[in-house]
Design a protein around this ligand. Structure first.
Ligand code: HEC
Length: 288
């Protein structure tokens, strides 16, 4: 009898240990997704507290502030359920049922594999709580959020079907990372005045990026893009922030590298590089 009890206890203990192991693995996997996602750098003000939000983004007729992602219960995500974080990230629905403005790239994230999103959410929960209230949207236009998001959702939004598992290799993996996790395409593709991506200029750069700055053309066009970069040049840039001419990359690009891309496996960086070299070159001159 006693032996039986010991055996049952050992089995139970083993199963608990096993489930702890898997949740640790999940968080670790989530940390890698977080790196691939550039450390969600838009939620870290350049000189402020990492992940505590409050970064200002200029949008037409308004200013909007990124959310506190830390586990603080009152001002961060501490009190949100996994489902609520999921819905905000991939459906653009806030906890109070309002819609998020498409500055938050939920449309792009809607194609993130379910297993990756689950891991990312598990990792976000480990961010040390920091109390910081996110300022509310500022706009002189009445009903900016409800009217703007109504029009966006009705006429322009284009959501993807998330695969259960992420592609692991080659061009499939690279396209997945570029469009749905690292979001290169979100910054490097221009948008019209409504914030709708101009898909015919995929990755061909923008005169005004998320902060109003110039975003280079990264298609293989020789004159206006990165046609003369080798695959190793591109991978090195993603992992170190250093360009082939030995210059450091600046602005948001240096932030996403520092906060995340630099921890990308070289294999993933090279897959992205090969993909960039394979897309159609587009002539689109960005800098003056
Ligand atoms: C948050 C916005 C943002 C994201 C996301 C982003 N970039 Fe950039 N990227 C920029 C900006 C801004 C610059 C220009 C930096 C500068 O002027 O030094 C840039 C520069 C570059 C350059 C240098 C081009 C040149 O001609 O100097 C390359 C290559 C590049 N990005 C590739 C990528 C890839 C690949 C990804 C995804 C893995 C990516 N970027 C994601 C904003 C972004």
């Amino acid at each position: 009898m006693r032996l039986l009890l010991v055996l049952i206890f050992l089995m139970f203990d083993f199963r608990v240990a096993q489930s702890q192991e898997t949740s640790r693995d999940l968080v670790e996997r989530g940390q890698y997704i977080f790196s691939l996602a550039g450390g969600c750098a838009c939620h870290s003000p350049p000189k402020g507290t990492p992940h505590a939000g409050s970064r200002e983004f200029p949008i037409p007729m308004a200013k909007v502030y990124s959310t506190n992602l830390t586990a603080d219960k009152e001002t961060g995500l501490g009190d949100w359920s996994d489902q609520q974080i999921h819905d905000a990230m991939v459906k653009g629905i806030r906890r109070n049922g309002e819609k998020l403005l498409p500055v938050m790239p939920y449309e792009a994230y809607s194609g993130m594999a379910e297993e990756d999103l689950k891991a990312l959410i598990a990792y976000l929960r480990t961010l040390k709580p920091i109390r910081k209230e996110t300022p509310v949207l500022k706009s002189w236009a009445p009903l900016y959020r409800p009217a703007g998001t109504f029009i966006w959702f009705k006429f322009f939004s284009r959501f993807s079907n998330a695969p259960a598992k992420a592609p692991q290799k080659g061009v499939e993996r690279a396209r997945y990372l570029v469009d749905h996790v690292a979001l290169c395409s979100d910054c490097h593709t221009p948008r019209n005045f409504m914030g709708v991506p101009q898909r015919s200029l995929y990755l061909a750069g923008a005169k005004k990026g998320p902060l109003g700055e110039e975003i280079p053309n990264i298609t293989p066009d020789k004159e206006t893009g990165i046609g003369d970069w080798s695959r190793n040049d591109i991978a090195d840039l993603l992992l170190t922030g250093i360009k082939p001419d030995s210059d450091n990359v600046q602005g948001l690009m240096s932030e996403v590298i520092e906060a995340g891309y630099k921890n990308m496996k070289r294999e993933d960086a090279l897959a992205i590089a090969d993909y960039l070299k394979s897309i159609p070159p587009i002539k689109n001159k960005i800098d003056k």
